[in-house]
Design a protein around this ligand. Structure first.
Ligand SMILES: NC(=O)c1ccc[n+]([C@@H]2O[C@H](COP(=O)([O-])OP(=O)(O)OC[C@H]3O[C@@H](n4cnc5c(N)ncnc54)[C@H](O)[C@@H]3O)[C@@H](O)[C@H]2O)c1
Length: 334
C-alpha cells in the first residue's frame, strides 16, 4: 500500500513509518519539523516538509494517490497547550480537518487517527474501556477529542473512507524527547544520567499505562492491513506509578534512587486502558515487558546523550515555547 505518515519525523510516527517500510509498504512522511527531526526518519523514506494546515496538502494528496493516511502529526505538550490553546486547536483540529478533506477529495480509503487517553473523564473505574465517558481536562485532550469527532463525521458521510481512532496510553521508547509531557521516562533517564535528580510533582503515586513504542508500531501495521474500523484503546491495562518508573530507570542506569518532591499538579491520579477491543479485532497484545522496554530505551539514550552533550540546549528546551521543562517530572497522559 502507499501510505502517508504525518508526524513521521517525530517519536512514534518515525517508528510507524519504519515498521510500514519493513513490511513492504511505500511510505511517505509529511512533517513540519516543529518538533520532529530528520535523523528520526529511516533512510530510504521520502520526506515532505509541509504543515498539515497548509492549503498545499490538498494538491499534494491529489497528486500522490495514497491508499492510506496514518495521522500522527500534532502538538502534544499538555502545559504548553494551556499557554497556547488557539495554536493547539489550529494544528490538532483544523490541521486534521484539512487532511480529512484532502483525503476524501483524493479518494484515500483508510484514515488512521492517533488520539490519546487524555480524552477520557477522570474516574476510579479502571482500566478505561472505549465506552468510558469522555471529558478532557486540558486544551490538548480537548483538541484531540474534537478531531476524533471530525474523523467520525467524515467516516459517516463518506462510506468509502475507513476510519480507525487509536487512543494511546503513555508511549515510551527510543527517540522520545524530553520536551513533551508524558515523557517521565525520557526525563528520568536524562537527569539521572547527568548525575542529577528529577523533581517529582506530588507524592509520586500517580499512575499511568506505559506501552512500548515497538509494540505500538506493530499495532499500526495490523490496523493498516486488517479491515477494522472504530475507536480503540492502546495500552497494557497495567498501572505504573511515577516512583515505580523512576526506581526502574535508576536501577537500569545503576544510579542512586533519591527522589526529590515538588508541589503537586492538577492532573488525573490514575490511568489504565483496556485494550480488549483491539485484541479481539486484531489479535494484538503488547509483548515488551516494562523492564525490557526501559533497557532498550536507556541503551538508545546512552548513545544519543553522547551526541547531545555537545549541544545540550538543543534537546532540553521546549522547542515551542523555549521553556526548560526538562528538570520537572510529570506523568500526564497524552
Ligand atoms: N507520546 C505519547 O505518549 C503519546 C500518548 C498519546 C498520544 N500520542 C499522540 O501520538 C502522536 C505522536 O506523538 P509523539 O509523542 O510522537 O510526538 P512528537 O512531537 O515526537 O511527534 C509529532 C510530530 O508532528 C509534527 N508536527 C507537529 N505539528 C505539525 C504540523 N502542523 N504539520 C506537520 N507536522 C507537524 C512534529 O514536527 C513531530 O514530528 C500525537 O498525535 C500525539 O497526540 C502520543
Amino acid at each position: 500500500m502507499k501510505v502517508l505518515v504525518t508526524g513521521g519525523a517525530g517519536f512514534i510516527g518515525s517508528h510507524v513509518a519504519e515498521a510500514y517500510c519493513a513490511r513492504g509498504h511505500e511510505v511517505v512522511v509529511l512533517d513540519s519539523f516543529v518538533t520532529g527531526r530528520r535523523e528520526n526518519v529511516p533512510r530510504g523514506i521520502r520526506v515532505v516538509e509541509m504543515d498539515i494546515r497548509s492549503p498545499s496538502v490538498r494538491e499534494f494528496l491529489a497528486s500522490e494517490r495514497f491508499d492510506a493516511i496514518n495521522h500522527h502529526a500534532a502538538l502534544i505538550n499538555v502545559p504548553d497547550s494551556f499557554r497556547r490553546p488557539v495554536e493547539y486547536a489550529d494544528v490538532n483540529v483544523v490541521g486534521t480537518v484539512n487532511l480529512l478533506q484532502a483525503a476524501v477529495e483524493s479518494h484515500v480509503r483508510t484514515f488512521i487517527f492517533i488520539s490519546t487517553c487524555a480524552v477520557y473523564a477522570e474516574s476510579r473505574h479502571l482500566p478505561y474501556e472505549e465506552t468510558h465517558p469522555v471529558g478532557p481536562g486540558d486544551p490538548y485532550g480537548t483538541s484531540k477529542l474534537a478531531a476524533e469527532l471530525y474523523v467520525q463525521m467524515y467516516a459517516k458521510q463518506y462510506s468509502s473512507l475507513r476510519s480507525v481512532i487509536l487512543r494511546y496510553g503513555n508511549v515510551y521508547g527510543p527517540r522520545q524527547q524530553v520536551y513533551g509531557e508524558g515523557n517521565l521516562i525520557a526525563v528520568c533517564i536524562e537527569r539521572l544520567n547527568q548525575g542529577q535528580q528529577p523533581v517529582i510533582f506530588g507524592d509520586g503515586m500517580h499512575t499511568r499505562d506505559y506501552v512500548y513504542v515497538g509494540d505500538v508500531a506493530e499495532l499500526n501495521c495490523r490496523v493498516l492491513e486488517q479491515p477494522i474500523s472504530g475507536v480503540f484503546n492502546v495500552g497494557t491495562g497495567q498501572q505504573r506509578s511515577v516512583l515505580d518508573v523512576y526506581a526502574t530507570v535508576a536501577r537500569t542506569l545503576d544510579a542512586p534512587y533519591a527522589p526529590v518532591f515538588g508541589p503537586p499538579r492538577r492532573e488525573p491520579a490514575h490511568v489504565a486502558l483496556s485494550s480488549q477491543r483491539l485484541q479481539q479485532a486484531t489479535g494484538w497484545m503488547p509483548k515488551t515487558t516494562f523492564d525490557d522496554g526501559i533497557q532498550r530505551t536507556v541503551a538508545w539514550y546512552r548513545t544519543q546523550l553522547q551526541k547531545w552533550d555537545a549541544t545540550p540546549a538543543e534537546h532540553s528546551l521546549d522547542p515551542a515555547t523555549g521553556a526548560d521543562d526538562s528538570a520537572r517530572v510529570g506523568n500526564r497522559p497524552r
